[in-house]
Design a protein around this ligand. Structure first.
Ligand SMILES: [Cu+2]
Length: 120
């Protein structure tokens, strides 16, 4: 009686353990890769996307304040800062508090968001 209950339990536990460890590692590596693949699919050598939280949107000045993670292509650590945007209409769908992914570039001494999307 006890063995029929315990054996499946032990198997399930072992499976859950190995799956748990496996999925944690996968979640971490696939996270960054997903963002990169999504953006890089069409234009091969494009920069990786960076996650950020929108702090402020200034449509009149075509600027957006982002609390961003490390931006690899700009060699920039995580911080909150103001970016210009390539196109003002990029700000239409953004509001303070939004979680976003974006790509920024340095253009004539200014940091400019070239691509941004809200993360659902
Ligand atoms: Cu920055």
């Amino acid at each position: 009686m006890t063995t029929t209950i315990l054996r499946p339990l032990a198997l399930a536990l072992a499976a859950a353990l190995s799956m748990g460890i496996g999925s944690v590692a996968m979640a971490q590596s696939s996270h960054g890769e997903h963002a990169g693949h999504g953006g890089a699919a069409s234009g091969s050598a494009t920069a990786e996307m960076t996650e950020a939280t929108v702090r402020k949107v200034d449509k009149a000045a075509a600027k957006v304040t982002l609390k961003h993670g490390a931006i690899k292509n700009l060699d920039m650590p995580p911080m909150t800062m103001v970016f210009g945007v390539k196109d003002k209409t990029m700000l239409d769908s953004l509001k303070a508090g939004d979680q976003v992914r974006f790509i920024a570039a340095s253009e004539s001494g200014q940091y400019v968001v070239t691509m941004i999307q809200v993360v659902q």
